[in-house]
Design a binder for this molecule. Structure first.
Ligand SMILES: Cc1cc2nc3c(=O)[nH]c(=O)nc-3n(C[C@H](O)[C@H](O)[C@H](O)COP(=O)(O)OP(=O)(O)OC[C@H]3O[C@@H](n4cnc5c(N)ncnc54)[C@H](O)[C@@H]3O)c2cc1C
Ligand code: FES
Length: 279
């Protein structure tokens, strides 16, 4: 079973794991992900391949502890522990070409998946401008890594505690107003990707976003990850996770994400009610 070789806290609630996975490391490409299961009874968690080292046979995963399984991973899985399954690489790789000038936008934990894309775009000969944003300074990470693969790095925080005060769409708009941007990648919270896509459309610049719907099998069988793009149903796990942001039906995507959140809240309330009745 794949062993966790290194684990470190990157910032508040976000952890970096280096995991032994030689076959995946050999095949990994920017934009792809893995699905892990911590133990026999574990849920399946999709996580982006944030980095990999084919020589050392390792992959790097960056995990934000947001719910049941990611918290369990952060709290109970450390160096030397084994992960039950790591399946991948999954998903269609990013379309890396020499476009000219590209802007890579990473928001929150989206900073991790934007890194290998920025690195691959730089290696392909592009001029890379990276925008990294977070709510506060203590939620930022990997800025040095991003700097190494970017010609220019712009950092924003919502509260102004580091870098420029504001949200990522503001410097994005300014860069597009200046002109000369050939393509954009944006990865982060769904709302951030939606607004980046609206700005990109205003200026007629192509934009890729990486969608993060709920996933189960990750191989196009269950249909849980379906999204609507250009009026057609797509499965994010096999057709994506990257799509043309101007063609995504954002209202439907956001409603489906919210629906799962509501169901979880209702299930929790029901469970707590049942417990209270028993007491
Ligand atoms: C292709 C892909 C790549 C991803 N890459 C990363 C990554 O590199 N790092 C990382 O930290 N997270 C990543 N995610 C999100 C991650 O998979 C979820 O946060 C995780 O599955 C939540 O599981 P949980 O059991 O901890 O939370 P749950 O207890 O299931 O849910 C807790 C909260 O998280 C929300 N949630 C559940 N699943 C998702 C999801 N897929 N996306 C967003 N919110 C979700 C729920 O609605 C709920 O509000 C990725 C998701 C996808 C689809
Ligand atoms: S996760 Fe099942 S079809 Fe995509």
């Amino acid at each position: 079973m794949p062993e966790i070789l290194r684990k470190r806290a990157l910032c508040t609630g976000i952890w970096e794991y280096v995991v032994e996975a030689p076959l995946i490391a050999r095949k990994a490409r920017a934009g792809q992900f893995v699905i892990i299961r911590l133990h026999e009874r574990g849920e399946r968690i999709p996580l982006t391949l944030a980095d990999w080292d084919a020589g050392a046979g390792t992959i790097t995963l960056v995990v934000q502890a947001v719910g049941k399984s990611t918290r369990e991973m952060a709290e109970r899985f450390g160096e030397g522990e084994e992960i039950r399954d790591v399946a991948g690489p999954l998903g269609t790789p990013s379309e890396i070409e020499r476009y000219g000038t590209v802007v890579c936008v990473g928001g929150g934990v989206g900073i991790a998946p934007i890194y290998p894309i920025a690195r691959a775009l730089k290696a392909a000969g592009n001029r890379v401008v990276t925008i990294a944003g977070a709510r506060r300074k203590d939620l930022l990470f990997w800025l040095e890594r991003l700097k190494k693969v970017s010609d220019e790095l712009i950092v924003t925080t919502d509260d102004g505690s580091f870098g420029r005060k504001g949200v990522v769409t503001e410097p994005l708009r300014e860069l597009l107003q200046r002109g000369g941007v050939d393509r954009i990648w944006a990865i982060g919270p769904a709302v951030m990707m939606k607004f980046c896509s609206l700005v990109a459309r205003e200026f007629g610049v192509p934009i890729w976003v990486s969608l993060n719907p709920i996933m189960i099998d990750g191989t196009g069988m269950c249909g849980v990850c379906r999204v609507e793009v250009a009026g057609e149903t797509k499965f994010a796990c096999v057709d994506g996770p990257e799509f043309d942001g101007t063609q995504v039906n954002w209202d439907l995507f956001l409603a489906r994400l919210a629906m799962y959140r509501d169901l979880e809240e209702r299930a929790l309330k029901h469970y707590l009610g049942t417990v209270e009745e028993r007491i």
